[in-house]
Write a protein that binds this ligand. Structure first.
Ligand SMILES: Cc1cc2nc3c(=O)[nH]c(=O)nc-3n(C[C@H](O)[C@H](O)[C@H](O)COP(=O)(O)OP(=O)(O)OC[C@H]3O[C@@H](n4cnc5c(N)ncnc54)[C@H](O)[C@@H]3O)c2cc1C
Length: 408
């Protein structure tokens, strides 16, 4: 079965986007704006993705004491100089424009004293994290989805799981499995935005993960088999603060903004054993080491943990910037403002991925990639708040450039 419905006269799509997270949606909106005939295909429902789970926020240098240059320095330092400086420059110099664009799509960031409410995230030298309460990813994806749908020109193909990608008549031929059939879609250009693989990886390792079950990584393998180059695929990131107890909170990522607003990590003796706002890899490693040295605590079901002392967060900050976290824990019988939380690192993010240019093109001509599936922007260790930013910055580039190439 072949899809010719709703596409150009020759039966070809201009741009086929794979994935409906923040990166795919940004690419879809941008490709549509650039005049392309675009479809977003996604494995299950349009809403199902990691992006919508993101709570903490998105980085952009808006502070008076901040600049894109300082942002770039923080990214390079946190990545231990493994990030691609050309991608980092694009990320950090277009961050403010990306926020303005998101606002145009209807995303309303939390404001304070006439500006954005900014928090400092791990590894950052300045307060730079914008938030929408603690449902930032949900707000961004909702705004982009509604924008794509409101434009009324793009097609959405829900429950289409990509199974292969091959050169086609005038571009690329993608094969999909749907609940009913196997089918092919031809497009001049393709944007791969299918996210990372940490759900599948955690299942293989028998560990907890923060990720959505759709984060299984097969698109990276498919692109690699089609000839695309990859980098840093072995560099997976642990989120320092997975929920460890109660059982219903296991695998939940306690937002890093808890630490931005005053929570600290404590060992069994109640001592601070690390800089709670250090880069993610260092904070996670410090927790592993503390537990290994016998200074951790055990949850009721015998899991290793340390304490995250959230009782130090001022109530007003928690109510503005952590309402969802409070609701989740209170619903599970624990009030984070009066009790410390059990926490332990959980598998969270794929740092590496497909090699891309500053224009978001992979090493395969006409195949673009953006978001967690792409490598280089964070090197081997991502800072919090830079993934949503990467999705928007490179999603827009991928969509626009894929549209331009398709029409050339
Ligand atoms: C709990 C949590 C909290 C986070 N908090 C933050 C934060 O505060 N700030 C921040 O910057 N980052 C955060 N992150 C990281 C960030 O949200 C993700 O890395 C980013 O949103 C990934 O976006 P994406 O569009 O690349 O992929 P995703 O949002 O994962 O979307 C991938 C899409 O591809 C689809 N797909 C997958 N395989 C296929 C296939 N074979 N065929 C078709 N479709 C497919 C999926 O169904 C999904 O729609 C968080 C992540 C998690 C899990």
């Amino acid at each position: 079965m072949r899809y010719d419905r709703g596409v150009a006269g020759n039966g070809l799509l201009d741009v086929l986007v794979i994935g409906s997270g923040a990166a795919g949606l940004a690419a879809g909106v941008a490709a549509g704006r650039a005049g392309a005939n675009v479809a977003i295909a996604t494995k299950t429902s349009l809403q199902a993705c990691n992006s919508a789970k993101a709570q903490g926020g998105i980085q952009a240098a808006f502070g008076e004491d901040d600049s894109p240059g300082l942002h770039a320095e923080d990214v390079m330092r946190s990545s231990h100089s493994t990030a691609d400086p050309r991608l980092v420059e694009v990320l950090t110099t277009t961050a403010r424009d990306a926020i303005a664009w998101l606002e145009e799509q209807g995303c309303a960031f939390t404001r304070q004293n006439g500006g954005y409410r900014l928090a400092r995230c791990g590894g950052a030298s300045r307060k730079r994290l914008l938030q929408v309460g603690d449902r930032t990813g949900h707000a961004i994806t909702k705004a982009l989805r509604e924008s794509f749908e409101a434009a009324g020109e793009g097609m959405t193909l829900a429950h289409h799981r990509l199974t292969s990608l091959e050169p086609g008549r005038a571009g690329w031929r993608a094969s999909f499995e749907t609940p009913e059939a196997t089918l092919e879609v031809e497009a001049a250009t393709v944007v791969l935005a299918s996210g990372g693989r940490c759900f599948a990886e955690a299942a293989t390792r028998g560990e907890l993960s923060t990720n959505h079950p759709n984060a299984t990584g097969e698109t990276t393998r498919i692109a690699h088999e089609a000839g695309a180059e990859t980098r840093d695929l072995d560099a997976l990131q642990y989120h320092p603060n997975g929920g460890a107890w109660p059982a219903t909170m296991q695998g939940y990522s306690i937002p890093e903004t808890t630490r931005a607003y005053g929570a600290v990590l404590l060992n069994a003796q109640g001592e601070e054993f690390t800089d709670s706002l250090g880069p993610r890899d260092e904070v996670s490693q410090a927790i592993f080491d503390e537990v290994e040295a016998g200074r951790g605590v055990l949850t009721e079901d015998g899991r290793p943990a340390v304490w995250l002392d959230t009782t130090r967060i001022p109530e007003e900050d928690a109510e503005i910037s952590l309402p969802y976290m409070l609701r989740r824990y209170r619903g599970a019988g624990i009030d984070p403002l009066s009790e410390k939380l059990f926490t332990y690192p959980v598998l969270h993010y794929q740092n590496g991925g497909l090699v891309i240019s500053t224009g978001a093109e992979t090493t395969l001509e006409g195949v673009f990639a953006c978001g967690e599936i792409a490598g280089g922007t964070h090197g081997r260790n991502r800072m919090m708040g830079n993934s949503l930013l990467e999705c928007v910055v490179f999603g827009r580039r991928a969509g626009t450039n894929a549209a331009t190439k398709a029409k050339a």
